[in-house]
Design a protein around this ligand. Structure first.
Ligand SMILES: [Zn+2]
Length: 216
């Protein structure tokens, strides 16, 4: 199964990987060699109306854990320093930002949504000028392939001993026998989902926190 079109079993797998019900998944842009999803591409506006800037969400638990360790090592501060010191590097990072927005726009079309003005020009992960979330950059790199997001590509190289899309470690990476978390659109769960979004991209989420749905 290598199609980008989400199959119902993909949605169950994503829910098990994230331990919460997934929703508004438009594509599976990256898969393990075994076919399991590595990244979920989510519609830029959720069906409850909330704008969702993290278009490419890294879901594979072994990948998210390895990237979290990389973040804890202080790599983002080092990358940010390099961005301010190297104009070519900074330009490549801005190019990744532009690609992120273009891909989101394409997915908006796939989802049949109107323009999402709240996040217009806002990508994720600190792009275009900063490095705020490596999960976002790695998710983007896996989704669009190498050569587009240089910092995501670099982070992937650095975690290659723990996780690489070329080697399947799915069997030991999450509980495949657990009950699939079920869809629940109650306010409580919505809040929890927003909290989860924050962990991967607090910055972009903060910038859309004026959404009336959220503050009502
Ligand atoms: Zn696998």
């Amino acid at each position: 199964m290598n199609s980008t079109t989400p199959h119902p079993s993909d949605l169950d797998t994503l829910s098990l990987q994230l331990r919460r019900p997934v929703r508004d998944v438009v594509e599976i842009p990256a898969r393990c060699t075994c076919g399991n999803p590595l990244v979920a591409a989510t519609a830029p506006r959720l069906s409850n109306g909330i704008p969702f800037p993290t278009t490419f969400y890294l879901t594979h638990p072994a990948a998210t854990a390895a990237v979290s360790r990389l973040e804890a090592s202080g790599l983002m501060a080092e990358m940010s320093q390099r961005l301010s010191a190297d104009a070519d590097f900074a330009a490549a990072h801005r190019g990744a930002h532009e690609n992120y927005l273009a891909e989101r726009e394409r997915l908006r079309g796939v989802a049949g949504l109107d323009p999402v003005w709240e996040i217009e020009g806002i990508s994720a992960g600190g792009m275009p000028d900063r490095v705020k979330c490596l999960h976002v950059l790695v998710g983007h790199s896996l989704a669009v392939g190498p050569g587009i997001n240089p910092l995501g590509d670099e982070a992937l190289e650095r975690i290659a001993e723990e996780f690489t899309p070329q080697i399947c470690i799915c069997a030991t990476s999450w509980d495949h026998e657990a009950a699939v978390p079920q869809r629940d659109l109650s306010r409580h769960v919505r809040r929890r989902n927003q909290g989860f979004a924050r962990t991967q991209d607090a910055d972009a989420q903060d910038r859309v926190s004026q959404d009336p749905e959220e503050t009502a």
